[in-house]
Design a protein around this ligand. Sequence first.
Ligand SMILES: *Cc1c(COP(=O)(O)O)cnc(C)c1O
Length: 455
Amino acid sequence: MTRSPVGPARGEAVRVRSSRASADDGATVALDDALLSGLAPDGGLYLPDRVPPLPDDWDAADGIGDLAARTLAPWWGDEASEVAPLLRDALSFPVPLRPISDGTYLLELFHGPTLAFKDVGARVMARLVSRALARRGGRATVLVATSGDTGSAVADGFAGVANVRVALLYPRGLVSDVQERQLTASRPNVRPFAVEGDFDACQRLVKAAFRDRDLQEVGLTSANSINVGRLLPQATYYLWADALARRDHGVREPLRFVVPSGNLGNLTAGLLAHDAGLPVARFLAAHNANRYLPDVLAGRRDRDQVAPTVRTVSNAMDVGAPSNAERLWARYGDRLRDHVDALSIDEAATYARMWRTWREEGVQVCPHTAVGLEALVRWRAAGEIGPAIVLATAHPAKFPAAFARATGSAPEPAEALEALRDVPTTVEPLVANDAALKRALLDDAGWSRVRTERA
Ligand SMILES: *Cc1c(COP(=O)(O)O)cnc(C)c1O
């Protein structure tokens, strides 16, 4: 992949520009501005103006938090030493690399508080937003559409953070019981809304709210993977996986990464890690029946041809119109094919892979991870051999019904989920209508009904 042009001297802060702006127009903004605004004013998604090369000693890090402090904090230039401790604090949970069979490893990204990889981005973003607000004054309302895991990770990451409120939109009836309990657990300054519609309807509501000038007074910002604050920290675990593979497993060659994909934020972050200098043999975007990228890369549809969302068991990847596609086309265009393959895995094959992984490897996986594992089996059959890392994106205990259907038994319980059974919940119904959301966001009484202090 072409490296970004050699940027300004080391030590200068990275700036970002809209995916809709041309590379030679000077319109860049500071990272903190992008963090607080989410979308660019022209409706585009922010991308780094340049990607700083990895420092020499990046792989000597002794944990993923330390790795983020070494590789991501420098993006803030002079303020790197202020950002580094926030990154260490946010990424204080283990991210183990687990070999499951010859040359195949699972990167377990689900040991954070809400047991899904979205904790990585959400916890970092919460701390960065809080810092940016403290420096500038003002308050923010984080508005997030979630297909399941994002919402609880964001709610958990932001709950009780000074000057921040969170409004969560999730598709009513389209998330699992466990996910719903995680989403609606009462948290300080967090309002969950159950929307009459699917995930794309939730995303459309969010986009409309951002275009609405009247809502500027509440300081709207997004925490979806469209926000750079979520996106950038996700690059860290690709580096971490590579460091662990070499250090603990003697891997010498560049790795293949299999990325269970929906909104394509995870894949975009991997490509940024590659741009920063991480050698990667190839990426495989593993999709369920929502097959936008597999179709586009195979020439079966145009880039701007999105499809309605299809409901699947790997529901956090049920995205018909992935927002990060805009980033991928803006940054890589046709070069994406040189680095990325994409496959779509159906429901039967997903369940079968959960079962076989449990029976043959003694490893329990969630449906999203199973989509990744099954895609890898097919990729290898088509000739892609060599060591590969499958990102294990959620804890299997978050999907007990799917696991039971696949294997006939219950997944091992996760303590963090068991503890949720007794906590109080809060939820408000919402019709999928721009005006209804606007009324709710501007309604101070609604906000004052939720707790403001950490218990
Ligand atoms: C969000 C999510 C994905 C997909 O990640 P994207 O960045 O949206 O492509 C995969 N698995 C799980 C468990 C998720 O929560």
